[in-house]
Design a binder for this molecule. Sequence first.
Ligand SMILES: [Zn+2]
Length: 146
Amino acid sequence: MPDSNVKEVLERFPNTWIDRDNFAMFEGFLEKRMLINRCQDCQKYFQPPWPSCPNCWSENVEPTEVSGNGVVHTFVILHTGALVGVEGVDYMKGYPLLVVELEEQEGLRVTGPMVNCANEDIRIGMPVRLNWIERQGHPVPAFQPA
Ligand SMILES: [Zn+2]
């Protein structure tokens, strides 16, 4: 990873824990690409981005772009959250946070907010696709109905 990218990622995500293991994921966010570590030996994706494969213990893992297509595995409507307000988040209206199972692999799940959908219309099993939103000066992965 070039030093210039390290500097940019750290500057664009000032309140986020960035380390060697998750750096590529956040670097991908800046390009609106969802990168998930994939084992090059057994081909399994896994999340969060550990440096070795939890399936076969190989350290031959590569951040790999996924489609962002999936289905709602479960969700919560948050009515309370961080004491410090977050731009674009209104807990009074209820903030919809999803766990999405990605189409790439059974059990491969990521979290993100739902956009372009009324809270009361969200259903477990509904197809969704990736839709990047901008927050605090950087892209954040979100989902919307497919
Ligand atoms: Zn593996």
